[in-house]
Design a protein around this ligand. Sequence first.
Ligand SMILES: Cc1ncc(C[n+]2csc(CCOP(=O)(O)OP(=O)(O)O)c2C)c(N)n1
Ligand SMILES: [Mg+2]
Length: 380
Amino acid sequence: MTVDSTAARKPRRSSKRAGAKKAAGESELVQLLTPEGERVEHPDYSIDLSPEELRGLYRDMVLTRRFDAEATTLQRQGELGLWASLLGQEAAQIGSGRATRDDDYVFPTYREHGVAWCRGVDPTNLLGMFRGVNHGGWDPNENNFHLYTIVIGSQALHATGYAMGVAKDGADSAVIAYFGDGASSQGDVAEAFTFAAVYNAPVVFFCQNNQWAISEPTERQTRVPLYQRAQGYGFPGVRVDGNDVLAVLAVTKAALDRARTGEGPMLVEAFTYRMGAHTTSDDPTRYRRDEERELWEAKDPILRLRAHLEKQGLADEAFFASLETESDALAKRVRDTVRSMPDPDHMAMFEHTYADGHTLVDEERAQFVAYQASFAEESK
Ligand SMILES: Cc1ncc(C[n+]2csc(CCOP(=O)(O)OP(=O)(O)O)c2C)c(N)n1
Ligand SMILES: [Mg+2]
């Protein structure tokens, strides 16, 4: 999708002014679409999308949410071992994902299903690891989309190193590193910020502040709004309404263009909310109140764009109906594909630990063979 963004056309002016505001300590939220679906303007970031592009963003968010819901259900049915839902974070992911160019490189966490969708990774490929049948599921270099990273914050370092390489190559692409509010407390993220700043690396740090790190609220991570942390490292930070797909798209595009033109890193804090559990192994009723979620349901990223499309007469009933049919087809394809994923050979896990083998691995392999054989004995 090509996006005509005024902010993107004038990256220098936009980002510098955003930086100046931050220095004054304002915790302003960049917003271009209110929760009621009204378009509003922002002095530093603006965007002008065609009706088709707006419907495209809506379609991306709806299909991503449907895929995510299907994966959660598959976990409940025992088809996946675990699932990390992105419910509520669709705008943060689709807006930023659609801001990237094909030659940019993306380093995700384990929750970036919407970004993967934008990069062209088939959603079914995301499920193999969660089913336990492979260690990844896609070739990172096919779509410039790195494998999911579960070691919190480590991908910020990988992204920064990669971006330093991009700069050395003289390429004009950019790199984007995704991480959460909890990850922002990790040493790896602090080190990545330092290196990126000092080497002026073309990397955008995209923090989805969904306000929870499993059961820890953001108040346990920081005393200042997260985007303000960037100032101490010497690069600009901006807080964007993470449930506003237009604002996220405009801000991320400006940040990526800024990186591309040699102006260095930028921190984008997408202020959003994790509407579901941390993963299917988590029970958020143990640590947060239902009212909090209800408050955020009123800011739902999909409903606000739908309200805008309807109010402006940019989409008709036929569009919404055909999207429903497309969602059903996607869900069916996801179910069928997951159920037909072949189980890996159980012995394969011993094969790739050491290049030349190891006595401990040999011992464990023998134990496992004996363990499996014990079932055969029992069934006699
Ligand atoms: C280095 C490391 N420490 C701890 C964990 C366990 N862990 C998994 S997810 C998570 C919380 C992450 O929260 P946040 O960064 O806000 O991302 P979110 O899950 O909210 O998207 C933790 C502590 C881990 N995976 N890696
Ligand atoms: Mg979080």
